[in-house]
Design a protein around this ligand. Structure first.
Ligand code: AGV
Ligand code: CA
Length: 312
């Protein structure tokens, strides 16, 4: 039997690549997709999602819902523009059509309805802020027992990646966008598999990774990976604020192939407000979560490239 997976993402390059890869996983049934306008813009991120399902979904019918959630701390517009780039890729626009159904429900309601309708428990995959999940839990707390676990890219227990005037830099962006939502989900009983910022240290976007995809671009799906990541600067000399890691893709791969990662239990809380808002802190009285602390980097890149090869 396939594992039912509901995916909520925020339209970044690695979010959209995650959708592409999730659709290729043989043991996964994607029950629904929703898009929150955090690290992307809502319209292009939604359209790109529908086009990816059409082009690479192998006939699966997957409904897409738009979120009406808005964050407390907006992402830099420069990063959000990536969603327009992916949506405009010729490979996604060749047919001139969009057929994957668009839900009339907002994302959090779509999540509630989809989880309720799905037989047994659903696995959640979130690669942006947790706002839609927090709202779903507030409106329909009964869905909690129908969720088997949450795979989430968010947080850090080392250095943060937020560089904003009124912040101390200790938070990761997906938490910072809506710290209260992360706090809400941390207070639920849902089991969490976490990919934090430092979990991705072994999977930066490098020129070598790009060259590999370029050399195998005869596979349409591998070409798609290369095209998507063409708009992100690779890690060459030193890390900067725009260096790209495969944050969300690692989260998605850790769902598809758990043996790629090592996990340990960490107890943690979220700081909901103030200058450290969005910071995740390890503390004995925090809630337990399974933190990815090591990754088979080569195995990871092999896995996603093989998935992409099989996409046509
Ligand atoms: O903090 C990582 C999250 C991931 O979900 N996002 C990007 C991934 O989708 C925010 C982010 C951090 N640094 C970035 C980001 C960068 N240089 N460009 C775009 N987004
Ligand atoms: Ca993301």
């Amino acid at each position: 039997m396939k594992t039912p997976v509901y995916f909520n993402h925020d339209g970044g390059v690695d979010d959209l690549v995650s959708l592409f890869l999730l659709l290729q996983m043989e043991d996964v049934e994607v029950t629904g997709v929703s898009v929150i306008p955090a690290d992307g813009y809502l319209e292009p991120a939604t359209d790109a999602s529908r086009k990816i399902i059409d082009r690479f979904g192998k006939g699966q019918v997957v409904e897409v819902a738009k979120s009406n959630s808005r964050g407390k701390n907006p992402f830099p517009a420069e990063w959000r523009m990536h969603s327009f780039f992916v949506d405009a890729l010729p490979i996604l626009n060749e047919s001139g059509k969009m057929e994957a159904p668009l839900s009339t429900l907002p994302a959090h309601r779509h999540l509630i309805e989809t989880v309720k309708r799905t037989e047994g428990q659903t696995t959640l995959l979130f690669t942006g802020p947790l706002t839609d999940l927090a709202r779903a839990l507030d409106e329909a707390p009964e869905i909690e027992e129908k969720i088997s676990r949450l795979f989430w890219m968010g947080g850090t227990f080392q250095a943060g990646n937020v560089q904003e005037p009124e912040h101390d830099g200790t938070a990761e962006w997906n938490v910072f966008w809506d710290p209260e939502a992360a706090d809400r989900v941390f207070r639920s009983g849902i089991e969490i598999d976490l990919v934090a910022l430092e979990s991705t240290n072994k999977v930066p976007l490098t020129p070598a990774v790009r060259n590999r995809w370029a050399s195998e671009r005869r596979f349409e799906g591998v070409d798609f990976l290369g095209q998507c990541y063409a708009c992100c600067p690779p890690l060459v000399h030193m890390e900067t604020n725009s260096t790209y890691y495969l944050w969300d893709v690692l989260t998605t791969a850790s769902l598809g192939k758990p043996e790629l990662v090592e996990r340990r239990t960490v107890n943690a809380i979220v700081i909901p407000d103030g200058p450290s808002q969005g910071r995740t802190v390890e503390t004995a009285d925090g809630r337990p979560l399974q933190l990815v602390y090591d990754v088979d980097g080569a195995g990871f890149f092999d896995y996603i490239t093989e998935l992409a090869k099989d996409s046509a």
